[in-house]
Design a protein around this ligand. Structure first.
Ligand code: ATP
Ligand code: MG
Length: 421
């Protein structure tokens, strides 16, 4: 019996991977426009890093992490998100000393033990951004504008929902009001009943429709913001207005991680069923300090690449594999040798070239050239070779013309490269 991949773990095969490359390239180009630097961080971290940052009573930590004891008896976790790892790296590598405002991005797989469905996997991929060292509301607006630009460049759109979760000064009064409301609410699910005592804000993120119906009447955090948070939120909105980025305030959006303060946001679509969030993020001003670093404010967001790829495919905007420049059709032993050398010489001119080594029939090799979507074919036969001649075929127009074989391979490859370019 053949071994299959794990449930919720998916291969991204040729035919699909081109769309992924397009997403990644588009995002990298835009990250570059915003002067972001890439950082690569490990997939495996000490479990404590995530429990301390994401929060003990979040869905991710309570139910979704891939945690195991390694051979040394340490508890390790496959990262469920990128922020904690990037902040750990920021602190550990002293990046604060190198630049007061660090703008970082990372792209890679994340792991959450969730129920797999369309747009929801156990290994999924995020492109995520962290800006550390500024609490200016323009930074928040700029980050949302960046996410919005990525979608635009991909030919996609989504609605931007924003909220403010306040700060340690104003959150307690809201928590008290929310707790009061939750004690009066009826028939809450088990999770919500338990969490209202430990982490009342968390219940607003519950996926149960019965709970959500009741939470429509919950107090709004925006009514409890302190003057500092109120003006910060106004300036974030002003920033978005200045950039003409449309948004909607959703005061019930709390996000599933405990570390958020002030601005939070989500990019949502109606085109992916229940998996409506294609990107999300928020400010986390106390987190660097909480992880043992300096008191540095920060904000970040992550976009889910599976969901972006699904949207592109769904809308017929998926990217097809590009064909090759040239297929060398070689008939006979001498032609095979010459053709083999030609592929190598042409690849050094930056062209995509291939050939068949089995010396199959002309018909078969031409079929392969067609399948490879080659723009041109060079047909080389032993007889023609001895006369110093080959045939160049334009695969699209089917036009064929004689092609002189220069005595020197590099010269010949140079002449052919000029035709291909
Ligand atoms: P959801 O509400 O869909 O569970 P989330 O709030 O848990 O999303 P975040 O932790 O904010 O998601 O991650 C940011 C983005 O990563 C999401 O907007 C989504 O596009 C993507 N994402 C999160 N979990 C998954 C998953 N299991 N499979 C695929 N993509 C995911
Ligand atoms: Mg989730």
């Amino acid at each position: 019996m053949s071994i299959k991949a794990l449930k919720g773990f998916k291969d991204i095969v040729p035919g699909e991977v081109e769309t992924w490359q397009f997403i990644e390239k588009t995002a990298r180009d835009i990250f570059h426009c915003f002067d972001l630097a890439e950082i690569k961080v490990p997939i495996l971290e000490k479990t404590e890093l995530f429990t301390r940052s994401i929060g003990e009573t979040t869905d991710i930590v309570e139910k979704e992490m891939y945690t195991f004891i390694d051979r040394n008896g340490s508890s390790l976790t496959m990262r469920p998100e990128g922020t904690a790892s990037v902040l750990r790296a920021y602190i550990e590598n002293g990046l604060l000393a190198k630049k007061t405002v660090q703008k970082l991005y990372t792209i890679g797989p994340m792991f959450r033990h969730e129920r797999p469905q369309k747009g929801r996997l156990r290994q999924f991929h995020q492109m995520s951004v962290e800006v550390l060292g500024s609490d200016h509301p323009r930074v928040d607006a700029e980050l949302m504008a960046m996410a919005w630009l990525i979608l635009k460049a991909l030919g996609l759109s989504a609605s931007l929902e924003i909220n403010s979760l306040g700060c340690p000064q104003c959150r307690p009064a809201f928590n008290a009001a929310l707790l009061d409301f939750l004690h009066k609410a009826e028939n809450l699910c088990d999770d919500c009943r338990r969490r209202r005592e430990t982490n009342p804000l968390r219940v607003l993120d519950c996926k149960s429709s019965h709970c959500q119906e009741q939470y429509q009447h919950a107090p709004s955090i925006l009514d409890f913001l302190c003057p500092g948070c109120t003006s910060h939120f106004s300036e974030v909105k002003e920033g978005l207005d200045l950039l003409a980025i449309p948004y909607r305030v959703n005061s019930f959006m709390v996000r599933g991680l405990d570390y958020y303060t002030r601005t939070t946001f989500e990019l949502v679509t109606n085109d992916l069923g229940a998996q409506s969030a294609i990107g999300a993020g928020g400010r986390y001003d106390g987190l660097v300090k909480q992880l043992g670093g300096a008191d540095v404010p920060g904000i970040g967001f992550a976009m889910g690449m599976e969901r972006l790829a699904l949207l592109l495919e769904q809308q017929g905007k998926g990217v097809a594999a590009t064909g090759m420049d040239l297929f060398v059709v070689a008939l006979g032993a001498a032609a095979q040798k010459k053709g083999f050398a030609l592929t190598h010489a042409l690849r050094q001119t930056g062209h995509t070239v291939s050939m068949d080594y089995q010396d199959r029939s002309l018909k078969n090799q031409m079929k392969q050239a067609g399948k490879a979507a080659a723009r041109f074919a060079v047909i080389l036969g032993d007889d023609e070779l001895s006369r110093g001649e080959a045939v160049l075929r334009n695969m699209e127009s089917s036009e064929q013309s004689p092609l002189a074989i220069a005595a020197d391979m590099d010269t010949w490859a140079g002449e052919l490269a000029a035709i291909l370019s």
